[in-house]
Design a protein around this ligand. Sequence first.
Ligand code: SF4
Length: 359
Amino acid sequence: MNVFEKAKILGIAGKYDSCGPNMCEVKVNNGLGGIYHAKAEHKTCRIFKTLMDNNCSFDCKYCGNANSCAKKKASYEPKELATLFDYLNKKLDVHGLFLSSAVSGSPDDVTEKMIESIRLIREKYNFNRYVHFKVLPGTSYDLIKRASELSTRMSINIEAPNKEVLSELSSCKDYKTDILKRQAWISRLNLRSGQTTQMIVNNLSTDKDILRMSNWEYTKLRLKRVYYSSFRPVKGTPLEEEKPVSLTRQNHLYNVDFLMRRYNYNVKEFNQIMDNGMLPDEDPKISLAKKTFDSALDINEASYDELIRVPGIGPKTAKRILKIKIKKYEDLHKLGGHVKRAKPFIKVNGWRQKMLGEY
Ligand code: SF4
């Protein structure tokens, strides 16, 4: 099998990992898999996202690379991957690498190969831009440390909000030892872009459990991002007959996650809009505002904490509102507010234009 055939198999095998910025796949005319446009911090760049090996000895029930799943198997040698990446960098404008792997044999053996690939990419081919290194569950501390010295960002997939759910999905991963302990190690290392993780959104976990765990990851381990991946059944896996989880549920988790990280909402606030631990089928900020504001808020009297809880008003707009008097809705628009979203919840000049029931 030549290296381009491997790139196709291992690029496609790596696409389910969403532990990085939002990505959309780039079609390239030589049929290579795994090249994506990634958007991060308002910049777009091409990332090569691949597995080192897709022949896993673990048994995660949702994964197309697990040991019981029939598929084409492939793996790179470090020199092969480094040379391929140098080619993609120079010929196809690929400026980042996202390297993950199935656990073929022991996590340390595969990690050694991943480290050697990146060492060659950095030292032989002088590549100094983005490298995301996926840590495999159970990898030893020394290897994680060595990988961190070559990487921009690292992640290990937590997959589930607690050990009970993970044990339903995999008999090979120990939640506390193989994952949380490794995350704690990574959080103490010096990484330019920090650490991220991914959680699968499935019917075994409630939104409440998922968000509680995300909050723990942000506050205790200082993760940069938790990515949510709604469950999609993969053909040939034990869960192939299960129903997929809606993207709407995934998106509402992202909405709450954003409000926690950027607006400093407390995760417990969302308990009041949940039903049996599940968020409603509505924008969570609007749902929460409907519970919070039993009467319209006078926009010129409101505090910062009240203002950022109004739909259509974010932290920047809230800070601007505190400095001037709003006389009409147009003033709010000029300060960056989304008037249509905010109107049912605010009074301007003692007057509310739209009632909550009309929302
Ligand atoms: S460890 Fe689990 S999720 Fe990762 S490749 Fe192996 S089977 Fe798939």
